[in-house]
Design a protein around this ligand. Structure first.
Ligand SMILES: NC(=O)c1ccc[n+]([C@@H]2O[C@H](COP(=O)([O-])OP(=O)(O)OC[C@H]3O[C@@H](n4cnc5c(N)ncnc54)[C@H](O)[C@@H]3O)[C@@H](O)[C@H]2O)c1
Length: 268
């Protein structure tokens, strides 16, 4: 598929997406590129990252690679530097990198707690702080909003039993985003959160080894979704594309749940 000739909604925008080699992050990167943005993809998985960048370039999208670990501030600084080197600026940041380490509360280890909180919460903090000088750059057009979107989860809004680390970290990024939305509102930087429910083809179907067990939600009996199907990474990408576009310039500090009507997480 090639980009068509009409002016795409995100033409001229530069985006950084973390955890972009697979799943939701890849779908977001692909969608932003299709809408005309130049996309810098980040991931710790260098092989997957190279494939993701090649995939976007194949359909005519602009993409660059910024391998690195969001837990390390020096590496998030380098991701921002890649944006500036490759495309000269940065308008959109999507904090998507995440992982699961489920365990019952009384059995959860320090390692499991730290692994999730460090990537999800510390990682979002590191990446936003590194991107801040570029995002805060005063554009001559004050109506030209910049955008930060963080991928939380229904776990961060409602809590998921068996994943207190994940639920706490995903709630943490909501608090961070709500505070930052107010801190940066006068700079015309919108800060919002997407909280997906079950999304197929992603970490919820990951391998079942001890450290990559599927999402606690996936362990539960399948309940019919009110909307009749599970979510797809492209569903998340569509919402993110709206939140980083000029169409959402008046929206900030919001948490948008995306769960096909799944109001309550079923108990085990
Ligand atoms: N899949 C779901 O059902 C679901 C539901 C709600 C929220 N989410 C959230 O969506 C986001 C994407 O999840 P997914 O399901 O696509 O998972 P995924 O495992 O397919 O993708 C996550 C990506 O993050 C990368 N990553 C992990 N640690 C990293 C680090 N330290 N630095 C940089 N990259 C790192 C991984 O290599 C991977 O490519 C996560 O934040 C997840 O918590 C997923």
């Amino acid at each position: 598929m090639l980009l068509n000739d009409s002016e795409p909604r995100l033409a001229g925008r530069v985006a950084l997406v973390t955890g972009a080699a697979h799943g939701i992050g890849l779908a977001i990167s692909r969608r932003l590129a299709l809408e005309g943005a130049a996309v810098v993809l980040n991931d710790v998985d260098r092989t997957g990252l190279a494939e993701a960048v090649a995939h976007i370039r194949e359909f005519g999208g602009q993409a660059a690679s910024a391998a690195g670990d969001v837990r390390r501030p020096g590496e998030t600084d380098e991701m921002a530097a890649v944006c500036e080197r490759e495309f000269g600026e940065l308008h959109i940041l999507v904090n998507n990198a995440g992982l699961l380490r489920p365990a019952p509360m009384h059995e959860m280890t320090d390692e499991q707690w730290d692994a999730v909180v460090d990537v999800v919460l510390r990682g979002a903090f590191n990446t936003i702080r590194s991107a801040a000088p570029l995002l805060m750059h005063q554009d001559p057009d004050p109506a030209f909003n910049r955008k930060v979107v963080t991928i939380s989860s229904v776990a961060g809004v409602h809590g998921v039993p068996g994943s207190v680390n994940y639920s706490a970290a995903k709630a943490g990024v909501i608090g961070l985003s709500k505070a930052l939305a107010r801190e940066w509102a006068s700079l015309h930087i919108n800060v919002n959160v997407v909280a997906p429910g079950r999304i197929v083809g992603t970490m919820i179907h990951a391998s079942r080894d001890e450290h990559q067990r599927p999402h606690a939600l996936a362990d539960r009996p399948q309940v019919p979704m009110p909307i009749g199907r599970l979510g797809h990474p492209d569903d998340v990408a569509s919402l993110v594309a709206y939140l980083v576009s000029p169409d959402s310039d008046y929206m900030t500090g919001q948490v948008l749940e995306l769960h096909g009507g799944m109001e309550v997480i079923p108990r085990r």
